[in-house]
Write a protein that binds this ligand. Structure first.
Ligand code: GLC
Length: 687
């Protein structure tokens, strides 16, 4: 059951697809109060209550015990105390002995989620706008709550099948020949690869929709050559358009009146990578159409995938903020600076980027009526994604394109995936990535993943190995790193062969993982979920923070500590452990329910599988297009014959019907008799 409560006149966010009438009674489960324009919801928490949701946010799977803010932020240097990340996903589920419900705050402005932070027994949710649609969802189980939320907000984005391949990326690939070398190194060494991202280096002076003719002279030819080798180029597009007369996207945007404006009617400008930029008003339909049309030359050059970036939007500085900081410095210089004033001066410079005053200083005009940006701030990235997705659908309605964005809001999950932003090469960020995944899925973002190896600072070889072992299972499997950091391609490292074998495991599992993903997406289910979803009555499972469920019957438990040679794993029920070293080299270990300490040397990693749930391994290959997805080895802990419905389609159909693409794989009971591992059926299948 979903009920809607409306406060004031909410901005239409495009997040919800189900039209519901607003209720008139009081909001259940909460005490409602108001302070100025704020709407405040308060609820007492019982000691056992767990909270899930808030998609992209720091800390645990259970969100209880911290304060989070919905405010999309460019936070390169985030840690566990960062209150806002790049996206805002305002779904929160309360689950405890006396409660099971979810709320979705459809409000694109700033929201504070004090979830047992100020008082450990109280949740306080504050909408600054005070104008919102609040949805209250009630179902009998966590899984049904998740499904009901997807019914409210629409089906998750379906990427093309090739987007489940390994993608190599780095800020700093400065020429076509460098990219060809990277591709060649992967092919030469048998490291599977399906895509290479082009970062801002491919652009002329970092200007969107241009490319550097000296370094990337013929994008069409380049893209065609790479595609012949089954590698897709995935260029980046940033939100800002450089304010420069004679630069076509600026001229056409200006002529159309498509940029966000200040109060005096002039275009709002701020610096990002290309220098001083204007910002497309993605909330205007015409502006979206115009911006989307700018992708056309790239699409015509054969590009089938993009990543949208800097779309919080990130503002490095505005003239106003720089001047204010200088003014302050001059005042202090002439007046004599005391200790306190020096701190103020430091703050004035430190807060030049992404300054709240700047976000209050410009306007959108969705329907001819100006809306101040801060009231709708969290929509910006989502509507950029919408502009791109709408353009791709216009360009080729018969095809799925790869699209993932840094910033997002619920609703964008229908149009694209996301990556988890600029992480660091830290063990703590490996854990943060794992813990974020089920909550992202809950909010509809099934196609996601983090920068494997870490984006900022220098990776260590063991950390890259462990990141890749998580990446084997994340739908987006991309190795990405920042300019000037240690080179992070697998082949740079001594143990590249073992890391190659980790990626090869991904390819052996790819048809199976794709099948699990598509089944989840097409039934409004989850690809990743917390253990609490399957074992709500097992307190150990409910409070497990370092293992997550994958698809119908699997669980992952990566090693996330340096120098660890194994880890503890809790099994709520008996499971089969597949301990991988390569697609050909793995252990099959049936394990009883309970606590286990299991050894995993640096290049070993597990997949745990519930009884009677088969896993299918194909022979693998160097790219997704050439995989043999007819010949499988099926592995299953069972005491009978079992079957698995494998989802297979052409990988590009934009509107597939689940039932039309299922093939049943039958693993006969006889496979048990001949198996060298008692209780585990091993069966060769040709489907
Ligand atoms: C931002 C992106 C990062 C990219 C960089 C340069 O920091 O998040 O992925 O490499 O900009 O474009």
């Amino acid at each position: 059951m979903i009920r809607k409560y409306t406060f004031g006149t909410p901005f239409s966010t495009d997040a919800v697809v189900l039209a519901l009438p607003a209720e008139t009674g009081p909001v259940p489960f909460f005490t409602l109060s108001r302070k100025g324009s704020q709407v405040i919801l308060t609820r007492k928490l019982q000691p056992e209550d767990c909270l899930y949701g808030l998609g992209e946010s720091v800390r645990g799977i259970n969100k209880r015990g911290f304060l989070y803010r919905s405010w999309n932020s460019d936070v390169f240097n985030h840690t566990e105390s960062t209150e806002s990340l790049y996206a805002s996903h305002n779904l929160l589920i309360f689950s405890g002995p006396d409660c099971l419900f979810g709320i979705y705050a459809d409000d694109p402005g700033r929201i504070t989620w004090d979830l047992g932070y100020t008082r450990s027994d109280t949740a306080v949710i504050t909408s600054e706008n005070g104008q919102l649609d609040l949805y209250v969802l009630e179902e009998d189980s966590l899984t049904e709550l998740a499904r009901s939320f997807r019914r409210l907000t629409g089906r998750s984005y379906l990427p093309p099948r090739w987007a489940f391949g390994y993608i190599q990326s780095r800020w700093g690939y400065a020429s076509e020949s460098e990219v060809r070398t990277v591709a060649g190194e992967h092919r030469k060494r048998g490291i599977p690869l399906d895509g290479i991202c082009l970062d801002i280096d491919y652009m002329d002076d970092f200007k969107n929709f241009t490319w550097r003719m000296d370094a990337f002279p013929d994008l069409k030819q380049f893209s065609a050559d790479m595609k012949k080798d089954h590698i897709r180029l995935v260029p980046i597009i940033d939100a800002g358009i450089r304010a420069e007369e004679g630069y076509a996207p600026y001229d056409s945007g200006k002529a159309g009146g498509f940029f966000c404006k200040k109060e005096d009617g002039s275009d709002f400008t701020a610096a990002v990578w290309p220098g001083i930029c204007c910002f497309p008003d993605f909330l205007q339909e015409d502006a979206r159409r115009w911006f989307g049309s700018l992708y056309l030359p790239l699409l015509e050059s054969g590009v089938e995938g993009f990543w949208n970036d800097m779309n919080e939007p990130a503002l490095f500085y505005t003239d106003e903020r720089v001047e204010a900081a200088f003014r302050r410095a001059e005042e202090l210089h002439s007046g004599g600076a005391d200790y306190e004033a020096m701190w103020g001066l430091k703050d004035a410079f430190n807060s030049i980027a992404n300054n709240p005053e700047d976000y209050r200083s410009f306007f959108h005009e969705p329907d001819g009526v100006p809306v101040r940006h801060d009231r709708v701030h969290n929509l910006y990235g989502a509507f950029m994604t919408r502009a791109s997705a709408e353009a791709f659908r216009r360009f080729d309605p018969e095809k799925r394109f790869l699209l993932f964005s840094r910033s997002s809001f619920i609703g964008a999950h229908r149009n694209g995936g996301i990556w988890q932003g600029d992480n660091f090469s830290w063990w703590s960020h490996l854990k943060m990535a794992l813990q974020m995944l089920p909550n992202l899925n809950l909010c509809g973002f099934l196609y996601s993943g983090c920068d494997l190896g870490g984006f900022g600072c220098n990776v260590t070889e063991d950390l890259l190995a462990r990141f890749l072992q998580l990446g084997v299972f994340t739908p987006l499997m991309r190795n990405h790193s920042a300019l000037h950091t240690r080179e992070q391609e697998i082949y740079r490292f001594e143990s590249w062969e073992q890391m190659r074998d980790t990626v090869r495991v991904r390819y052996a599992l790819l048809p199976f993982l794709y099948s699990e993903f598509m089944k989840a997406a097409l039934t409004d289910g989850m690809y990743f979920r917390p253990l609490a979803f399957d074992w709500p009555d097992d307190p150990r499972a409910v409070h497990t923070e370092d293992q997550i469920l994958l698809g119908e019957g699997c669980m992952i438990a990566p090693v996330m500590e340096q120098n660890a040679v194994g880890r503890h794993v809790y099994l709520p029920e008996e499971m089969l452990m597949i301990r991988f070293r390569s697609p050909e080299d793995y252990d099959l270990v049936p394990l009883p329910a309970g606590d286990h300490w299991i050894s995993f040397s640096l290049h070993e990693f597990p997949l745990f599988v519930k009884k009677d749930h088969p896993v299918l391994l194909c022979p693998g290959g160097e790219c997704s297009e050439l995989l043999d997805d007819r010949t499988f080895t099926a592995l299953c802990m069972t005491d009978r014959g079992v079957s698995y419905d494998l989802y297979r389609d052409n990988g590009t159909d934009p509107d597939p019907v689940l039932e039309e693409h299922l093939t049943t794989a039958v693993i006969p009971a006889s496979a048990l008799r001949s198996s060298p591992v008692p209780g585990v059926a091993i069966s060769s299948l040709v489907l």
